[in-house]
Design a binder for this molecule. Sequence first.
Ligand code: PMP
Length: 407
Amino acid sequence: NKAFDVHSVRKDFPILNREVKGHRLIYFDNAATSQKPQSVIDALVHYYTQYNANVHRGIHSLAEEATAAFEATRDAVKHFINAAAREEIIYTRGTTESINLVAYSWGRQHLAQGDEVIVSGMEHHSDIVPWQIVCEEKGAQLKVIPVNEQGELELEEYRKLLSSRTKLVAVNHVSNALGTVNPIQEIIQLAHAQGALVLIDGAQSAMHLDVDVQALDCDFLAFSAHKMLGPTGMGILYGKKHLLESMPVFMGGGEMIKEVTFEKTTYNELPYKFEAGTPNIADAIAFKPAIEYINTIGKENIRKQEDLLLQHATQRLKEIEGLRIIGDNDHKVSVVSFVIDGVHPQDVGILLDNKGIAVRTGHHCVEPLMQRFCIPGTIRASFAFYNTVEEIDLMVEALQKAVKILR
Ligand code: PMP
């Protein structure tokens, strides 16, 4: 990896040059979606201008080119997460669809009355609601790993929740609301010791941390391209091959079949069995340069820059009177979530936007976690490696002014 230079990296992200309300954009909403490097934007344009065609079915040149590029992403993803086989990489629309696929397919097949599914108290709604739906349908129970005051999972309580009734544990690697990195290796080992499977929601970790599915031994991993420099509408479900093979199909239609008669349909092999209909071709293709970009910068460089930003932000924010960081702990990446006495998060968000600073305010799709901390929501600044220390100083300055106006 080349030496990391944030100013040269920033040149690859055209949006970082734009102005918002007369100020240079400061984009601190990376946990919602990351910005895109020029190479990803170029790949989208190149596909639509040069070889737009449907995949897998055509024998003409354009279809072959599109298919090759579409399938090349699968190999890039396989290497990126160190999957054992390309058949284990299923294309979806994103983390949400990946989790729903497992809930509807695996969950409906395996969950029964009296079974239990464990999620954590800091899950995104997309890793709660699908399990609630299938548990209700099957008479299974949803159990929740509690979160402590520092915004960490209580592992002792998790141990107590595990039993032979536990069929699946679904937890995020990194919390989108707090930035907490969960000890998934330990969570996975403990679950496996009870014979339960584990789904990791990797939406917030895929860009920031090493994720090696074979080393982790997770059974399923879900993540979204758009949170890791890639396009929206594209996501991945990784699953161990023997599990995916034994799971019933999720959606029916073209692409996912081998043979159809009115009497009986046989299904395609993996991964196509789970990829019904015309896929999101352009966005799948443009996901590859996103992965390549991350690999070129290197996760170590990404992590170093983001840790620097997180430390600096944490320290500077504490200068603001009445500011409280939610989830102030030592195992975090790139997210700082906070509340300020006497001011409403949304008002702060509006005043920051007036200075061109994009943060997220509200419950961040984790309402149960907000209830845990007895707050309606937080102000969340989430960083990427293309952010700078100077940007954080500008945010702190703007926050100090905002607090003066609002109090
Ligand atoms: N899980 C986590 C931890 C997330 O941060 C998000 C996105 N905010 C999701 C799941 C859902 O991802 P998507 O909306 O891309 O499906």
